[in-house]
Design a protein around this ligand. Structure first.
Ligand SMILES: [Zn+2]
Length: 227
């Protein structure tokens, strides 16, 4: 399977069928004169990821942000390799940012999966509940959405033709092992529900706004899955 366009300026350049079986989806968002990557997979499939960046017609050096939704190796493991190749600035939220920076093999779940987590040079380590920046004509809103992990982050990218939301594993399971919190999870779900978006992309796939909202309603009703 090769890279594909989800909708307008949003592409999938990595994932379990594209780059490595344990990879979360790796998204690329093209902006006017730059591009953004949201999550990086484990890094095991980095050569395929790089090929896919080129395949969708983006010069790797034009990538200016590598956004990490949380510290798990499936999402963050490829960040350092991609940072070195592209020069993009890695953005993550505390306390997950510290785990990624240290390359904590346990908290990233790398040792559990038999992988090695490469410590990441973080450019922006966020601590506030919200932070926004304007990048190449798009408004980027970084939001602290803990629950799955204490430092999980969601990102809303508002360009002239789309509002795309990246939520990582917000729908993923909770576990005491990685510090999940059900109260934080509920609050984060409600925050996301209240946003205006056209597309909602998780580690597994993208859905439209109405399907996204109905997922949130069902998840809040059923409660999270604990592992
Ligand atoms: Zn996760």
């Amino acid at each position: 399977m090769t890279a594909y366009r989800v909708y307008r300026r949003i592409y999938v350049i990595g994932g379990r069928e594209l780059t490595y079986p344990l990879d979360s989806n790796i998204y690329l968002v093209r902006l006017n004169d730059t591009a953004i990557i949201a999550d990086t997979g484990t890094g095991e499939g980095w050569e395929a990821t790089l090929r896919n960046i080129l395949e969708v017609g983006v010069e790797p050096r034009l990538i200016s942000r590598i956004m990490i939704t949380h510290c798990h190796v499936n999402n963050a493991g490829g960040a350092e390799r991609l940072r070195r190749i592209t020069g993009g600035v890695v953005v993550a939220h505390e306390p997950d940012a510290t785990i990624i920076r240290r390359g904590d093999q346990n908290a990233t779940l790398a040792s559990e999966y038999g992988l090695k987590f490469q410590p990441v040079v973080i450019g922006f380590s966020l601590r506030r509940s919200e932070f926004s920046e304007n990048l190449s004509g798009a408004e980027i809103l970084y939001m602290h959405t803990p629950g799955h992990t204490p430092g999980s982050m969601s990102i809303l990218i508002e360009a002239d033709d789309i509002r795309a939301l990246f939520i990582g594993d917000l729908f993923g399971p909770l576990s005491k092992k990685w510090g999940s919190s059900i109260d934080a999870w509920k609050r984060s779900m409600e925050t996301i529900y209240g946003l205006d978006f056209d597309l909602m992309c998780s580690g597994a796939r993208c859905v439209g706004a109405s399907e996204g909202r109905s997922f949130i309603e069902k998840a809040l009703e059923a409660g999270p899955i604990w592992v």
